[in-house]
Design a protein around this ligand. Structure first.
Ligand SMILES: NC(=O)c1ccc[n+]([C@@H]2O[C@H](COP(=O)([O-])OP(=O)(O)OC[C@H]3O[C@@H](n4cnc5c(N)ncnc54)[C@H](O)[C@@H]3O)[C@@H](O)[C@H]2O)c1
Length: 272
């Protein structure tokens, strides 16, 4: 249902790979709410995934970019302003990848070249994105920049591996750049800490199936799905949240504030 929350706004959505992607749902909902957008993903993802199909459906241009390459990001912000006809109002960073996770390297057996890549792709790219945008003065005053994170940034979750370190850095960059961007340009920067979600990236995390079930039982409202996450992103891009910045916003059905639920206790007591 459209409330035209993003009517007349211009946005860039990074990271829509396929229908399961959180960014895919955000792109669909942003257009439904009246925005015009461009999409970006790596050339490889565009070959392997379905980004072009989404672009056709939404009549959005896709601008290929590796988010770790500054020149690629400059191209995304330059071309997006050209295509959309002005400064950008919102940006979604929905990007994550760990070669250590992909190759099954445990946390006490990390390959450090892989770790550099994990941090560059999953966290430093957020800084690069904002530094490029700020230098180009590409984001309008009142604009909103979001990245997606997970509570493993703050507490230890078995199996999350070096992505936990990447998410800690991502959240810190959100705060630090949020100060500078707010002070100088009136742009807000936040991270949304999302429930475990079955996507291509999510499925890569060790023991995801069991973790989804555990998180569901630990959350009074149950896990938030990708579509619900997209709804939250839309509100954060809208003018309804003009003074929210430098926050890590939990979107997890209450999981982050729970210690123990009856649902989890019952599970253990059943075997006694
Ligand atoms: N799925 C979950 O359980 C979950 C939970 C909390 C947060 N998140 C975060 O949400 C975001 C989106 O992930 P998702 O779950 O929708 O999975 P996804 O696999 O659909 O999206 C990840 C995206 O990152 C892109 N990407 C990888 N390397 C890149 C690079 N160098 N440059 C540009 N793009 C690159 C991929 O092509 C893909 O589109 C990620 O930051 C992820 O960590 C996911």
């Amino acid at each position: 249902m459209s409330h035209n929350l993003l009517k007349g706004k211009r946005g860039i959505v990074f990271g829509a790979l396929n229908e399961m992607s959180i960014a895919w749902k955000v792109a669909e909902k942003a257009v439904e709410q009246g925005a015009t957008i461009t999409l970006s993903n790596t050339p490889m993802a565009m070959r392997m995934g379905e980004t072009n199909a989404l672009a056709d459906k939404l009549k959005a241009e896709v601008i290929p970019a590796d988010a770790t390459i500054v020149e690629d990001l400059e191209q995304v912000f330059a071309r997006s302003q050209e295509v959309l006809g002005g400064k950008i109002d919102f940006v979604l960073h929905s990007i994550g990848m760990s070669p250590n996770v992909r190759k099954g390297r445990d946390y006490d057996d990390l390959d450090y070249k892989f770790l550099d890549k994990t941090l560059d792709i999953s966290a430093v790219s957020f800084h690069k994105m904002m530094q490029v945008a700020k230098k180009m003065d590409a984001i309008a005053e009142g604009g909103s920049v979001l990245a997606l994170t997970h509570i493993a940034a703050q507490r230890t979750f078995a199996g999350y591996n070096d992505m936990a370190d990447a998410k800690s850095l991502l959240e810190s960059i959100g705060r630090s750049f949020g100060y500078v961007y707010g002070r100088d340009k009136g742009v807000r920067v936040n991270t949304i800490s999302q429930s475990p979600t079955m996507t291509t990236a999510g499925a890569g995390i060790g023991g995801m199936g069991g973790f989804l079930e555990f998180a569901e039982k630990m959350s009074p409202l149950g896990n938030a799905n990708a579509e619900e996450c997209a709804d939250y992103c839309i509100v954060m891009f809208s003018d309804l949240t003009r003074k929210v910045t430098m926050q890590n916003l939990f979107h997890d059905g209450g999981f982050s504030n729970m210690g123990l639920t009856i649902a989890v206790m019952d599970e253990f007591n059943a075997n006694k």
